[in-house]
Ligand binder design. Structure first.
Ligand code: DOR
Length: 428
C-alpha cells in the first residue's frame, strides 16, 4: 500500500472551480479535500504553497516511438517527460515500427507502459500497416481497451474505406481520430505554402490539404452518425468547418498543438529542421484562428503531438529531415504564457476535456473530490524557467524552444496515489 500523501497549502482548481484546500491521498484515492487538513504523522507532505493543485494533464497525442525507434524515445522516457510536464495520462500514437495495428502490438505497448510514470493508453491504427488500404482488426484492439483509432502521421485517403471505419467505430463504441491531410495536395511539400515558402524556395503544403479532409470527415460523421476527432488542426479554414459542424450538432471534436499557437512559418527562414513539423507552422492569421478557437470552445483540447527524432535526423537538409518536435515538457507553460485565458480554462483544455475525449473521465481529469482517483499535478504558475534541451527527460532533443523563457512549471505529479515527480524531479 502506498504511503499517504498530503498536498499542503495549494489552491485546488478543477472543472467545478477553485478553492483553497489541502488534499489527502490514501491508497491511490483522494480521501479528503479541506481547508486545513489533519494529516497522519506518517504521510508524505508535499508543499503546494503558492501553487495550483489540479487534475493531472491528459495528452491525446504523443509519439513514444516504441516499438522500433527506441533511439528517439521509449515508453519509459516519454512517460517520464510526460510526468515532468504534469501529465498523468497520454495516448501513444500507432506510427511505430511495427505499427500498432494488431492486438499483439497493443499488448506489447500496454505492458511497456505498466510501470511507467504516466498512464499509457494506446491508439490503434485504422488500417493495416497504416497503409490506408484495408481496415485493421479494430475489434480485437478495442477488446484490449483501445478507445481511439488513427493512422496519424497519415490521413486515411480513401473515403469509402473511411466510411467503413466510421461504421465499425460506431458498432465498437470507439473514436476515430484523423490526421487531416490530403496526400495529393500536400505531395512534395515541406512547409506551409505561402509567402515564406515562395521566398525560401521550399515547396509548400496548402491549407486546403487540411481543410478538404476535415470537410470530408464532417460529411462522413453526418452520414454515419459516428464521432470524429480532428488531430492537430492548424488552419483558419479547417477551424471554420469544425465551428460550423459543431453549430449543426455533429459529433465532432478537435485538438491543437502548442506549436501551432506559438510559432509561425517565418521560423522556417532559418532552414532549421527543428521548425519542420506536419501539419506545418502557419502564418499569423492561422495562429490567431487557433487561439480564438481554443478560447471559444471550437477546439476542445491542447495536445502535444510530442514527436521525438534523433539529432542526426534533424541535422539533415530541411527537405530530407523528418517532421516533428518535442512537446510534453513545454506544453503547459506555453499554454499559460501564450493563451490569453484564465488558468482554469487552460486546464480544461489540457486536462478534463481531453480526458473526456479519450474516455478517461472518472480516472483522469478530476474533479478533485473525496473518492476520486489520485491523478494530480501541482503547478507553480508563476515559476520562471528557461528551456534547456539537454535537461529534458526525452531521449531526443528536438525542441524548437531552446533558450525560451517560460512561466509556469510543474512542481509535483501524483499518479494513482504515487509521487512520480517531486519538486520538479522524476522519482522513477
Ligand atoms: O510532425 C509530425 N511528426 N507530424 C505527424 O503527423 C507525425 C509526427 C511524427 O511521428 O514524427
Amino acid at each position: 500500500m502506498a504511503a499517504d500523501i498530503v498536498l499542503r497549502g495549494g489552491a485546488v482548481v478543477d472543472a467545478t472551480g477553485g478553492r483553497r484546500a489541502d488534499v489527502l491521498v490514501h491508497d491511490g484515492v483522494v480521501t479528503a479535500v479541506d481547508g486545513d487538513l489533519e494529516a497522519p504523522a506518517s504521510a508524505l507532505v508535499l508543499d503546494a504553497g503558492g501553487c495550483v493543485v489540479a487534475p493531472g494533464l491528459v495528452d491525446l497525442h504523443a509519439h513514444l516511438r516504441q516499438p522500433g525507434r527506441e533511439e528517439a524515445e521509449t515508453v519509459e522516457s516519454g512517460s517520464r517527460a510526460a510526468a515532468l510536464g504534469g501529465y498523468t495520462a497520454l495516448v501513444a500514437m500507432p506510427n511505430t515500427d511495427p505499427p500498432i495495428d494488431s492486438a499483439a502490438v497493443v499488448r506489447e505497448v500496454l505492458e511497456l507502459g505498466a510501470g511507467a510514470c504516466c498512464d499509457v493508453r494506446v491508439a490503434g491504427a485504422i488500417t493495416k500497416g497504416r497503409r490506408g488500404e484495408e481496415l485493421a482488426p479494430m475489434g480485437e484492439m478495442a477488446a484490449l481497451g483501445v478507445r481511439i483509432f488513427t493512422d496519424d502521421g497519415n490521413g486515411v485517403q480513401d473515403a469509402r474505406l473511411m466510411r467503413r471505419a466510421f461504421e465499425y467505430s460506431s458498432a465498437l463504441g470507439v473514436l476515430l481520430a484523423q490526421h487531416c491531410e490530403d496526400d495529393e495536395l500536400a505531395e512534395g511539400g515541406h512547409m506551409h505554402e505561402g509567402e515564406w515558402s515562395s521566398r525560401l524556395g521550399i515547396p509548400g503544403i496548402p491549407v486546403e490539404a487540411e481543410a478538404m479532409m476535415v470537410a470530408r470527415d464532417v460529411a462522413l460523421a453526418e452520414l454515419t452518425g459516428a464521432p470524429v476527432h480532428f488531430l492537430h488542426l492548424s488552419t483558419a479554414m479547417a477551424i471554420a468547418m469544425v465551428r460550423a459542424a459543431k453549430a449543426a450538432d455533429l459529433p465532432v471534436t478537435a485538438e491543437a498543438t502548442p506549436h501551432h499557437f506559438t510559432l509561425t512559418d517565418e521560423a522556417v527562414a532559418s532552414y532549421d529542421p527543428l521548425f519542420k513539423v506536419n501539419p506545418p507552422l502557419r502564418p499569423r492569421a492561422d495562429i490567431d484562428a487557433v487561439k480564438a478557437a481554443l478560447a471559444d470552445g471550437t477546439i476542445d483540447a491542447i495536445a502535444t503531438d510530442h514527436a521525438p527524432h534523433p539529432q542526426e535526423a534533424k541535422e539533415l537538409p530541411f527537405d530530407q529531415a523528418p517532421p516533428g518536435m518535442l512537446g510534453l515538457e513545454t506544453a503547459l507553460a506555453l499554454a499559460i504564457d501564450e493563451l490569453d485565458l484564465p488558468l482554469e480554462r487552460v486546464l480544461a483544455l489540457l486536462s478534463w476535456q481531453p480526458a473526456h475525449i479519450a474516455g478517461l473521465a472518472g480516472q483522469h481529469g478530476g474533479p478533485i473530490a473525496e473518492g476520486a482517483a489520485a491523478n494530480l499535478c501541482v503547478i507553480d504558475a508563476d515559476a520562471r524557467w528557461v528551456v534547456e534541451p539537454e535537461r529534458l527527460a526525452s531521449r531526443s532533443r528536438n525542441t524548437p524552444y531552446a533558450g525560451r523563457k517560460l512561466t509556469g512549471k510543474v512542481r509535483h505529479t501524483v499518479l494513482r496515489g504515487e509521487p512520480v515527480v517531486v519538486d520538479g524531479e522524476a522519482q522513477r
